[in-house]
Design a protein around this ligand. Sequence first.
Ligand SMILES: [Zn+2]
Length: 229
Amino acid sequence: MSLDILIFGAHADDAEIGMAGTIAKHTAAGLKVGVCDLTRAEMSSNGTVERRTEEAEQASRVLGLSCRTNLGLPDRGLYITPEQVQAVTAEIRRHAPRIVFAPYWEDRHPDHIMCSKLVQEAVFNAKLRNYMPDMPAVQVKATYFYFINDIGPTDLIVDITEHYEQKEASLRCYRSQFEQGEGIVSTPLNQGYIERVRARDSLLGQRSLISFAEGFATKTPYVVTQFGV
Ligand SMILES: [Zn+2]
């Protein structure tokens, strides 16, 4: 399926934490948006792979995603290897998105950093005609980086105020990660994490008098067609 926007995360819930509001805003505008999770998060302290798969499907419905895929790469085993770069490149070529999103290149979780690197390698390779020549080359127009656990230097913000309820509804689908209870291991995710994401998104909008915003970084200059519009 061809997509306008393809977002990569290491684990289901990464894309929602960083940019569910932006996703909802774009699907509401009629754009085709897909998420590709690189792993099944089998190393996660809470929840089973099956439960997380169901939760990801629910969150995808809340956000109106056109597709959600999982490459089944090893959790805590993401590295720049030819096979893993090929798997991510093939996903880009299958969907031929104009815009790709990856996790920001610094984060407390090493898998998020590796996901960021793998996607950058794959975006580069996707346009090379002689690399995996069985699939047509794809030139991605722009790559942006979203924040999961940390906030880095923010180059762009998107006003997601009107879609904030949808963002929180998508996060609440991941009950195995964000809820506490008997037999649940305490992690940063189930100690007020959704509230902290809300506080971050509020703070990101503060200087622009926007109630809630999601921030993004870019490594290439952002092209402005005309100032003041
Ligand atoms: Zn993650």
